[in-house]
Structure formats: C-alpha cells, structure tokens
Write a protein that binds this ligand. Structure first.
Ligand code: PEP
Length: 318
C-alpha cells in the first residue's frame, strides 16, 4: 500500500497532535484519552483484568466540538483509504484545532485506516460503529472492545438506533457495551433518540430520559466527563429530514439537564452532546450555534469527502 505524505496539521504525530483541545463552549480542554488502553504500542493486548486494574479512565476533551462520520456498512478498505486521503487534503490544520474529527468505518477498514492516519500523521480520530460487550469468547462474527483498542480506536458508537431496531439491542445490552468500551479506555458515543410516533405522542423526553438512566446507571465518577451523547431522532436518520436547530437544542438541553440531575451540573457541563440525523453542510452552522450542541454524528454525508469536510468546517458555512 503506497501512502502519500502530506501536510502535518499541528506537526505532531498520532494522538499527540489531537490533544490541543480548545473549548468553544463552557468547559476545559483536556488531553487526549489515554493511548488506546488495553493494548501496547506493539499491538499486544493486555488482559481485561489487567486493563481494569492498571489503566486510567479516558481523559475528558472538554466541550471541543466533535464531528463524527458514521460510514455504516459502506466502503471497503481501499475506498476507505481514498476517502481519508481526500478528507485530509480538504481539511486545514486550523480545522483540527477548532474541531475534533472522528471517522467510524466498517471493522474491515480499521487496520488500513489506522495505518494511513498514523503514517501520514492525519489528526483524525479513529472510531468504530459498535463492539461486543464481552472481551472474548464464543461469539461468532463479533468484535470485542479490546480488539478495537488494539487498533488505536478512540471512539465507539453504542446504542445506534439501527443496532437497536435491526439487531434487537436493548438498553441492557447497550449498557454492557458502554462499559466494555470504557474498560478498554476508549470513549463511548452513546446514541439516544425517539421515533416519530413517540415525538407525536409527546414522549420524546420520557424516551430519552429512560435510555440515559438505563444505560448510564452506576457509571463511575471518573468515566462520566469523557462521555459523548448523540441525540439522534430516529425519524431524522437517513431520511433527509433533519430536526430544526430549535428542536434539536431543546432535546440536547434536556439531555444535559438529565445528566445534571444524575451527576451534578459541573459534570454535565463537561459532557459533549452531538446532534445526528440527516446532517448536511446546509444547516450545520445553525445546529452548531446552539448552546447545548457540541458536534454532529453524520451518516450519509460522511462518505462524501467534500460534504463531510464542509460539515467539519461549519464555521465557514452561511
Ligand atoms: C447516523 O447514522 O447516525 C445518521 C445520523 O445518519 P444520517 O446522517 O444519514 O441521517
């Protein structure tokens, strides 16, 4: 695989180049989450027991905006390389200073993506779309959190509505996955959101509150601030029909208030909350201007380099 060298935003290698968080919203910038815990630089996994005892919790990033691309089941590893290279050329060093960017390719692309990001020193964080809740065992076809950590994955989406609806994942399963992600010192992006009928019935807040309470119950104090919550109304995912900035803000503010009730306001104010659901370059600036929206989880538009780059560079969108 021939990998081209190009500009090195921040001039630093790997995760170190991503650590300079600058919060544009309340909260402090932190350093990068610990180096893909559960795995050494040489890719050797530590045992779950070792990880739990010796590895620190992920460091919170503060409220630095996080724009994440969920590629879903699209693009093979060769296409992934092409898309990452296009994206790297489209983004400027200052974009990474202003915004944290993560991509969530299919599992089969992760190794190629990791190599490219590392060799070309592209400060885009690697993410995954899911993981299994157990660390190993007879779970044919599944991928564990430890395996992802060994690939320098930083963020793992848990509880995406497609996983809940198409694969029957309950809040209990999502809670176990969230714990597995944290056990391996990665950061969960917890997706929550209501169906259209729940919205029409006026039960959006009940649904979201119950998802948060079930999944986050008992989360240790040191693992709270690094959490990312993605508010994704199910009716907006893949439909081309985004929530209005006002509707999205209302639910994101509610999510923060719920976290405040569970953990206290100071902690809730550190948690990043993304909006997801048919996010496109048009409209992203208005969404990002909302006080409780700290980023976006982007599906369809994230596999078009030009569109995703415009979303990352939302500060230049009209
Ligand atoms: C998603 O997959 O999380 C998503 C929000 O998809 P889309 O942007 O295509 O609606």
């Amino acid at each position: 695989m021939r990998l081209s060298r190009k500009k090195q935003p921040g001039g630093q290698a790997g995760w170190a180049g991503q650590a300079g968080s600058q919060s544009s919203k309340p909260g402090q910038a932190g350093s990068r989450a610990s180096q893909s815990g559960g795995a050494t630089q040489s890719g050797q996994s530590t045992s779950p027991a070792q990880s739990a005892q010796s590895s620190p919790a992920p460091q919170p990033e503060g409220r630095k905006p996080l724009i994440s691309g969920n590629w879903k089941m699209n693009l093979n590893h060769l296409q992934a390389i092409q898309l990452i290279q296009q994206l790297a050329y489209a983004l400027e060093p200052d974009d990474y200073t202003q915004v944290e960017v993560s991509i969530h390719p299919p599992f089969t692309d992760l190794r190629a993506a990791q190599t490219l990001l590392d060799v070309d020193r592209i400060p885009i964080a690697l993410g995954a779309q899911d993981c299994h809740q157990e660390d190993s065992g007879a779970f044919t076809g599944e991928v564990s959190a430890g395996m992802l950590a060994a690939l320098d994955v930083k963020y793992v989406i848990v509880g995406h509505s497609e996983r809940r609806q198409l694969f029957g994942e309950t809040d209990e399963v999502v809670a176990a996955k969230l714990k597995a992600v944290l056990r391996h010192q990665m950061v969960p992006i917890l997706a929550v959101g209501e169906t259209m009928s729940e919205r029409l019935e006026g039960t959006t807040q009940d649904k979201v509150a119950s998802q948060l309470a079930s999944v986050l119950k008992g989360l240790p104090r040191d693992q709270r601030e690094s959490l990312v919550v993605a508010y994704e109304p199910i009716w907006a995912i893949g439909t081309g029909r985004s929530a209005t900035p006002q509707d999205a803000e209302e639910v994101c503010a509610f999510i923060r208030a719920q976290l405040g009730q569970m953990w206290g306001e100071a902690t809730a104010n550190q948690v990043r909350i993304q909006y997801g659901g048919s996010v496109k370059p048009i409209g992203i600036a208005d969404l990002m201007a909302q006080p409780n929206i700290d980023g976006a989880l982007v599906g369809g538009a994230s596999i078009e380099a030009a569109d995703f780059a415009r979303i990352v560079r939302y500060r230049f969108e009209g």
